[in-house]
Design a protein around this ligand. Sequence first.
Ligand code: ZN
Length: 198
Amino acid sequence: MLLKIVQAGTPVLRQKGRDLTPAEIRSAPVQTLIELMRETMRDAPGVGLAAPQIGEPLRLAVIEDQVAREEQARTPVPFHVIVNPELRFVGQPPGEPPAMIDHFEGCLSVDGYQAVVPRSQRVQVSALDHRGESITIDATGWYARILQHEIDHLNGILYIDRMRPRTLSTGRNIGAYWLGQTPDEIVAALGEGDAGKR
Ligand code: ZN
């Protein structure tokens, strides 16, 4: 069974979700929810799905990425669940300010569009897993981007709140105009947006 993915404008996407207790996580309804979210994410297809996206104001997300792509610093990430996550930006080396990386990003709840979003190159996440046990994730590259995107969902934030607004594009137009160009080239071509400076 597939769950319905709600679109931008649906109030639940703008709410901060509720934390779950370890006992709730292990309960049959939440275990079933996790299974259905996995199925829905794979069908979409997507590399992450947060509970608010299927209408549940809970701080739970599923993640799985099967793609390897060097220019995105992207390597496959096996299926896993994060609950009640707390995110920290990490510099490289640790202690330095985080390096922010630009890439096009889309969202199953903002259907049809993508935009360039700066994200921290490295993050550390403390969370509970699907059994309600504490985990710490140290992630870089595309996986760090996925974590930032999904954890934003659990806090009522969408990528459009963080995007470089002038880069907003339909998926079709990215193929038509911007394929083969680096995010830096695309941002330079479209401008950072100086409307406010006039
Ligand atoms: Zn999303």
